[in-house]
Write a protein of this length. Structure first.
Length: 201
C-alpha cells in the first residue's frame, strides 16, 4: 500500500506540472520571433536577387535581337532607292545585294522584302533578298528575322506611312525619304517592341 500511494502521488505531481505549463516562456517567444525575422530577410534577399537577374536577362535578350535587326535594316535602307508597301510589310528596291554565301556587298539590283508570315503556326518576320539581275534559285535568300511579330511598318503608324512623291513606275515604288522610321509590333500583346529612326544618305 505505501508503494502504491507513492506511485500515485508522483503521477499526480507530474500531471499537475504538465497542466500548469501551457504557454511559451518569454525566451522561447523571442527566439521564435528572431528566427522568423531571419528567415523572412533571407527569403526577401533571394527574391530580390532573382528579380534582378530576371531583369538583366530580359534586357540582354532584348539587346541580343534588336542590335542585329537594326544593323540589317540600316544596310538595306541605306542601299535602297524606293519602297513598295505590301499587305504584310514592305519591299525595298535598290542596290543592297550581297553575296549569298560570303555576305560581301555586290551592289547588284536587289529586292528586299520584309514581311510577316506564318512559320509553323507562328507569326514571324521574314526577310527575302532577291537579286533582280539573275532571278533564279541561286539568287534568292530567305531568312527568319524575328518570331512572334504581328506586323512591321515603315513610317510612323500614327501618321502617314510614306509622304514622298510617287514614282512613275508603280513596280519601283515610292522614293525613300531622308529618314525612315521602322516599327515592329509583337503578336502576343500587340505592343510596340522595336522603333528606330534611320537617317538615310
Amino acid at each position: 500500500m505505501p508503494t502504491l500511494l507513492r506511485d500515485s502521488t508522483s503521477q499526480l505531481t507530474v500531471g499537475a506540472a504538465i497542466q500548469t505549463r501551457r504557454g511559451l516562456t518569454m525566451v522561447e517567444v523571442l527566439a521564435a520571433t528572431l528566427l522568423t525575422a531571419l528567415l523572412m530577410s533571407a527569403v526577401l534577399g533571394v527574391l530580390k536577387a532573382v528579380t534582378g537577374h530576371q531583369k538583366a536577362f530580359t534586357r540582354g535578350l532584348a539587346e541580343s535581337w534588336q542590335s542585329p535587326l537594326q544593323s540589317l535594316l540600316e544596310w538595306d535602307l541605306n542601299n535602297s532607292k524606293t519602297v513598295v508597301p505590301t499587305t504584310d510589310g514592305f519591299e525595298l528596291r535598290g542596290f543592297a545585294g550581297r553575296d549569298l554565301v560570303s555576305g560581301t556587298s555586290i551592289h547588284c539590283r536587289t529586292s528586299i522584302l520584309y514581311a510577316v508570315k506564318k512559320v509553323r503556326d507562328e507569326s514571324c518576320l521574314v526577310r527575302i533578298e532577291t537579286h533582280l539581275d539573275a532571278p533564279n534559285l541561286d539568287s534568292v535568300r530567305r531568312e527568319l528575322v524575328l518570331c512572334r511579330v504581328e506586323r512591321i511598318a515603315l513610317g510612323d503608324p500614327k501618321s502617314a506611312q510614306l509622304d514622298g512623291a510617287k514614282s512613275a513606275d508603280p513596280e519601283e515604288g515610292t522614293p525613300l525619304p531622308e529618314q525612315a522610321t521602322v516599327v515592329v509590333f509583337a503578336s502576343d500583346n500587340h505592343a510596340e517592341i522595336f522603333r528606330h529612326v534611320f537617317p538615310l544618305h
